[in-house]
Every structure is written in structure tokens, then in C-alpha cells.
Ligand binder design. Structure first.
Ligand code: PLP
Length: 388
């Protein structure tokens, strides 16, 4: 079946007890046993919960995997993946992954003995240099945040298999979602999500998901999900499951509006540069056309300083003037958000590294929501005008 159908039906059927069409929220922490050890598949909600299992099955179907696992957050999913690695393991990680991912590696897992090499995943030569015969894990995001750089998943998975046969490739698919790209079909071993973003899509849940086809990996992850207790609440699982039903429709609109705004932004004298994979000016536009259904809902662009002082001051004025866009971190919700990475999401990145990555004081990141695109454009046009 097609993704639009799977998003609404996969893993779901009317409740056998009541006939309820929508998956019930089962809040019970424990489940009656007819005799000791004789139960209906559920004992205790940390190890298994009917609402969570339904979400996991639906997510697995959307990513084209065999096993889905839901977590309390995207960071919980990351933590569980990293705990599958024996101490001393070697990891190759993208050099501009989500800040929280870098923090888990650098401040939690490296002190526990993990060895990590950071590379620019857009450059396959760099990846090849970093891979060793004993590399256990390759971790990356595509598109990246906030520069929206792309990595060639098919080539990268093939190179990894050739040079580090024991390594698993894990793709953080939060920005693209399975609607835009399905990494498992390109050779990745697992996909992780912050379901906080597009999968839930309504900015009212913090959650994580993982999908894999690898039975042995899934078994170990399932063990750790329970052992480490990194599980989401049944209520949050219900909300994400509900959000998933409209994911394909939402992504289509996010992509259409973002492309319209990106094209318009490129024509403005107030804007020095637009980063959007769906634009021909994007350095990896050809890869976008091959690997992704469209450019997605995220745009980054560089504001020019006005005559009234520094570019940072202009960025602050610009954000303060927005009325439809909300100045806030996070992304992927129905509402449009705008943020200043240098001061907000990427403030903890040292200024030298920010400069190397291109995250300067005029770089703004937009999560284009589902409002009328005319209203979004008018909001931006006004803010450009009055912030000059
Ligand atoms: C938000 C985010 C995460 C972390 O997820 P949480 O749900 O906030 O723990 C990981 N990766 C990406 C790309 C994200 O945007």
C-alpha cells in the first residue's frame, strides 16, 4: 500500500472489545494474568503497552522496516542506540548533527569509552578516510541543521559496507521524514526520529522513534528500551499516532509553501543567501531530486545588515517584527517558526566552529508551517521592510 494509506491504517484495526475505530489510550501500568506467566502479551507498561505497540507498528510500516521502537524523546532513542555499542567502539558521526546528539556523544558516551570521529558527510572521501575495519557505527543527518546540506545515502552505505563491514549506518531522518526519503531502502540499518517534530507535527509531544529491518539489532534495542526505561507515555503515543495520519498531506503542503517562499527570498536584496535543497542554486540540488521527494519544509537564509548597525541587531529586529511566524526553537509543527541559530539552537557551538559551518549572525532558520503562504510571505515582507 501507498504511504498515505499506511499512515492512516498500518498496525491499526478496530478494538476487539468495543469496536472503537481509533486506537484506545491504554494507561494501565499493569495487566491481569490468568495465572502466573499466563497473559495476553502484556505484563507491565515499560516492557510493552498496546497504544505504544500500535504506534511502533505504524512507524515501522512508514519507514519500510520490520521493527519500530518508540522512545521518550529523540535523545532517548539516540542514547539507546549508543548503548548497543561495547565500550571502546569507534563511531563516525556527521560534523553538524543535532546539538543534543553531539552532547550525548561528547559528554556522556566518550567519558564511558566510546571513540568518535566527526566528518563532513557531504564529502565521501572524508568518510572513507575516517572508516576503520573496526568502526561499529556511522551516524548522520540529511538534510543537516541549519545548513540543509545533503549526504548521498546510497553511496555512503555502500562505502561503509565495503570498508567497515561490521558497522551499522543509522540515519536521523527527522528533517526529511519517510515521506521525503526512506534511508532503509538505500542501505541504512536503522532510522531514528525526533517524533517531536514532523511525525507528531503539532508541537505538543516530545518523543522519539526508531525503525530497523535488522532482527538482531531490534532485539538488543528492545531489551535496552525496557532495561533503560526510555519509554514514552501511552498518551503521547496516541498523539503521535494521530499526527502520523496526516503526515503525507502535511509534508506536501510544507514543501509547496517552503519552495514558494525560498524562490521569493532568493529575489530579495535584503537576503544574501538562501539554503533550500529544492532550489537549483543549492549545491546538492541534483542529489535532492534523486534522493528526496521534494525539498521539505525547512529554509535557512542569510539576512543582510541594514544601515542601522550590525547584522545581529537586524536579525533581532526582524524576529521581533514577525506576527504569523513565532520566534521559537524546534520545527515541524503546523505553525510557522523562525529562529536565529547563532543565539538560540546553536549558541553552545563555539564561534570558530559556527563560522566554519556558515552559521553567522544573519543566518535565520524557518520551519514553514501550514498557514496560507500569502500570509507567511506578507509577514516576512513586512518584517524585512520595518527591520531595515
Ligand atoms: C529535535 C531533534 C533531535 C532530538 O530530539 P528530542 O525529541 O528533542 O529529544 C534529534 N535530531 C534532530 C534532527 C532534531 O531536530
Amino acid at each position: 500500500m501507498k504511504l498515505d494509506t499506511l499512515a492512516i491504517h498500518a498496525g491499526q484495526h478496530p478494538d476487539p472489545v468495543s469496536g472503537a475505530v481509533m486506537t484506545p489510550i491504554v494507561l494501565s501500568s499493569t495487566f491481569a494474568q490468568e495465572g502466573p506467566g499466563n497473559h495476553k502479551g502484556y505484563e507491565y507498561s515499560r516492557s510493552g503497552n498496546p497504544t505504544r505497540n500500535t504506534l511502533e507498528a505504524c512507524a515501522a510500516a512508514l519507514e519500510g522496516g520490520a521493527h519500530g521502537l518508540a522512545f521518550a524523546s529523540g535523545c532517548a532513542a539516540t542514547t539507546v542506540v549508543l548503548h548497543t555499542l561495547p565500550p571502546g567502539s569507534h563511531v563516525v558521526c556527521g560534523d553538524d548533527v543535532y546539538g543534543g546528539t553531539f552532547r550525548i556523544l561528547d559528554k556522556v558516551m566518550v567519558p564511558l569509552g566510546l571513540r568518535v570521529s566527526y566528518v563532513d558527510m557531504t564529502d565521501l572521501g572524508r568518510l572513507r578516510e575516517a572508516l576503520r575495519p573496526d568502526t561499529a557505527l556511522v551516524w548522520l543527518e540529511t538534510p543537516t541543521n541549519p545548513m540543509l546540506k545533503l549526504a548521498d545515502l546510497k553511496a555512503l552505505c555502500a562505502d561503509t559496507a565495503a570498508r567497515a563491514p561490521g558497522a551499522r549506518v543509522v540515519v536521523d531522518n527527522t528533517f526529511a521524514t519517510p515521506v521525503l526519503q526512506r534511508p532503509l531502502e538505500l542501505g541504512a540499518h536503522a532510522v531514528v526520529h525526533s517524533s517531536t517534530k514532523y511525525l507528531n507535527g503539532h508541537s505538543d509531544v516530545v518523543g522519539g522513534l526508531l525503525v530497523t529491518r535488522d532482527d538482531a539489532f531490534a532485539e538488543r534495542l528492545r531489551f535496552l528500551q525496557n532495561a533503560l526505561g526510555a519509554v514514552p507515555s501511552p498518551f503521547d503515543c496516541f498523539l503521535v499516532l494521530r499526527g502520523l495520519k496526516t503526515l503525507p498531506v502535511r509534508m506536501e503542503r510544507h514543501g509547496k509553501s517552503a519552495l514558494h517562499l525560498a524562490r521569493w527570498l532568493e529575489t530579495l536584496p535584503d537576503v544574501a543567501r538562501v539554503y533550500y535543497p529544492g532550489l537549483p542554486s543549492h549545491p546538492q540540488h541534483a542529489l535532492c531530486q534523486q534522493q528526496m521527494a521534494h525539498g521539505g519544509g525547512m529554509i535557512s537564509f542569510v539576512l543582510r545588515a541594514g544601515p542601522r548597525g550590525s547584522v545581529l541587531e537586524r536579525s533581532r529586529r526582524f524576529l521581533a517584527e514577525l506576527k504569523v511566524f513565532t520566534c521559537a526553537e524546534s520545527l515541524g509543527g503546523v505553525e510557522s517558526l523562525m529562529e536565529l541559530p547563532a543565539v538560540m539552537t546553536h549558541a553552545s557551538v563555539p564561534p570558530e566552529t559556527r563560522a566554519l559551518l556558515g552559521i553567522d549572525d544573519g543566518l535565520l532558520r524557518a520551519s514553514v508551517g501550514l498557514e496560507a503562504v500569502e500570509d507567511l510571505q506578507a509577514d516576512l515582507a513586512r518584517a524585512f521592510e520595518v527591520s531595515r
